[in-house]
Design a protein around this ligand. Structure first.
Ligand SMILES: Cc1ncc(COP(=O)(O)O)c(C=O)c1O
Length: 374
């Protein structure tokens, strides 16, 4: 009997205007960041998330680097963030010479525990970096109230929630600077890419300058500050414009995927499923995460290995920042413990969640998971 084809953890859908716009780039010769799709993508993306300015960059990680530096965060400053996140968040703060200060995550939503933020504020705190995890937003109103009360900037990492809203406001409209990623597993992909959005013209200009080596506008090749080449190419932006045209459809596809998985897996022994809705949002399932309950005799690593043998792609949850060897070697987070994040890092993983996933693949994945837990 032939084995069914493996199910990749992610596969993008590129069957809209992507090819047409790419051909346009090639025919016109506009392939660099100077091409017209870049400004078009910036304007349309910013408008979609209700912001005045969009600054397209090379990926979602450098978007955070530029955001931190644009806000003037540096040596002696502290930025509060979840421990359960991608390294890009802590790396941006550390590279700027500042210190990441951590909070645990909520055991149900896997998002930063907003109630834990205030006790972490010190006279050195300059900003909070909420990170919306796996398609469900952080509870932003109390976080924004705290930021206002303590005069803190908000860097909103909205990489995983393109098309999501928080109490009907677009995710990405809630930070002083908000950032996105367009890696192929995102609801909008450009292959590699990212965006910083803001309503503040001065901050937007600062980000534009940082993205482009901080060339002095009036004297090219003269620099008052150090920037990077974080530019997005016209080819990438062309993909972005086409992807943005279908964002509503993409969100609907992911919601359908999430609902289907939940219907199939509800009641399975030993599994914590993603929260479908909170008082402030309905999950858009950037990825469909699972956490093994404590009475399951194996951990996420073992579950992923067993699923891999059945041809089912998975990825682990984030490994917490306070357990990162590279950060610990810098003397950070000595003796700190965050039990909820430690637990989901060991017992959490996500299953195939791409835009191109078929019903048959969803059903096969769910059946394999149920079999694993029998
Ligand atoms: C929350 C979050 N922030 C930042 C990033 C980094 O984005 P990129 O991979 O485009 O650098 C990711 C990537 O998936 C992410 O999930």
């Amino acid at each position: 009997m032939t084995r069914p084809a493996p199910i990749p953890v992610n596969e993008p859908l590129l069957d809209g205007n992507e090819e047409k716009y790419l051909v346009e780039c090639i025919r016109t010769g506009w392939i660099s960041s100077e091409g017209p799709f870049v400004a078009r993508f910036e304007e349309q993306f910013a408008a979609r998330v209700g912001r005045k300015h969009g600054v397209a960059v090379a990926n979602g990680s450098v978007a955070l680097d530029a955001a931190v530096v644009a806000l003037g965060i540096g040596a002696g400053d502290e930025v509060i963030m979840p421990t359960s996140t991608i390294i890009s968040c802590a790396a941006a703060v550390v590279r700027a010479g500042a210190k990441p200060v951590l909070v645990d995550c909520d055991a149900d939503t896997w998002n930063m525990d907003v109630g834990a933020i205030e006790s972490r504020i010190t006279p050195r705190t300059r900003a909070v970096m909420p990170v919306h995890i796996f398609g469900l937003p952080v509870d932003m109103d109390p976080l924004l109230a705290l930021a206002r009360k303590h005069g803190l900037k908000v860097i909103e990492d909205a990489a995983e929630v393109i098309g999501q809203t928080y109490r009907s406001r677009p995710c990405g409209s809630l930070g002083d600077l908000s950032t996105f990623s367009f890696y192929p597993n995102k609801h909008v992909t450009t292959g590699e890419g990212g965006m910083i959005v803001t309503d503040d013209a001065v901050l937007a200009e600062k980000c534009r300058s940082l993205r482009n080596l901080c060339f002095k506008p009036e004297q090219r090749f003269v620099h008052d500050e150090l920037g990077w080449n974080f530019r997005l190419s016209n080819l990438q932006a062309a993909l972005g414009v086409a992807q943005l045209e279908r964002l509503d459809e993409s969100v609907a596809i992911k919601r359908r995927m999430g609902e289907r998985y939940t219907a199939l897996l509800r009641g399975a022994r030993g599994l914590q499923l993603p929260v479908a809705r909170t008082p402030y949002a309905e999950n858009i399932y950037w990825v469909y995460g699972l956490v093994l309950e404590d009475d399951v005799s194996f951990d996420a690593r073992e579950a992923m290995a067993r699923l891999a043998r059945l041809g089912i792609g998975t990825r682990p949850f984030f490994w917490p920042m306070h357990e990162q060897p590279v950060l610990r070697r810098m003397g950070l987070f000595e003796g700190e413990r965050y039990p909820a994040a430690e637990r989901i890092a060991r017992r959490g993983f996500y299953i195939p969640s791409g835009m191109a996933l078929t019903d048959e693949q969803i059903e096969r994945t769910a059946a394999a998971i149920k079999e694993l837990l029998r």
